[in-house]
Design a protein around this ligand. Sequence first.
Ligand SMILES: Cc1ncc(COP(=O)(O)O)c(C=O)c1O
Length: 244
Amino acid sequence: MWVVPTYANPDGSVVTEDVARALVSVPAAAPDFRILWDNAYALHHLTDDEVRSADAISLAAEAGHPDRVILYASTSKITFAGAGVAFLASSSANVGWYKKHLSAQSIGPDKVNQLRHALFFGDADGVRAHMRKHRDIIAPKFDAVTSILAERLGGTGVASWTEPKGGYFVSLEVVPGTASRVVELAQAAGIALTPAGAPFPYGKDPEDKVLRLAPTLPPIEEVRVAMDGVATCVLLAAAEAAAQ
Ligand SMILES: Cc1ncc(COP(=O)(O)O)c(C=O)c1O
């Protein structure tokens, strides 16, 4: 089972302590049932409420399933995508098993890159300080998205959206059956959106109603113009659906 415990894609949800405890305790038919605890957004806060997800490894050990959880994370979205440092944590049995396989894959880690990261950050507080600089860049873009959506779509009854406390996405729900039409209309207006259905298995949203908005990359002015355009597309697609 794959779990993104902090600020999960696309709606920014966080696994609570109770849910984590239930997941690590539930009896499983397969003796090798594993949970891949993908904490990719552990430090990617957008507000002062810096949410911390549960310590699944300790909870699993307490629940008598010490090998159930394999936790990992990386600095792909902290330093450089594809040139970061990755982390894996689990029971000593699992880490031993993993290291045996790793030794056949690679002669050793990229120690120069590890040193670069150690020198750049200094310590854990250095990582947190760096993430606050990322927040200074991206939080205003998220504010632009949610305030334009509120201005243009609030009270219309045709859309709702998340206001995430972290992560990379705002999840926008439109009238069922219109998400792919919104993407099409936006594309015709020169606005590139993530394909409808992207957050679902096989890219298939059974209700065709979820759009994942990713505002981190474009400059804030472009985010504003694009969101205004998207709001118009949402209204137009809703009107088309109502007219059918
Ligand atoms: C939830 C999640 N897990 C894993 C990754 C990939 O991490 P890495 O680049 O370290 O393989 C991403 C995207 O970068 C992600 O969003």
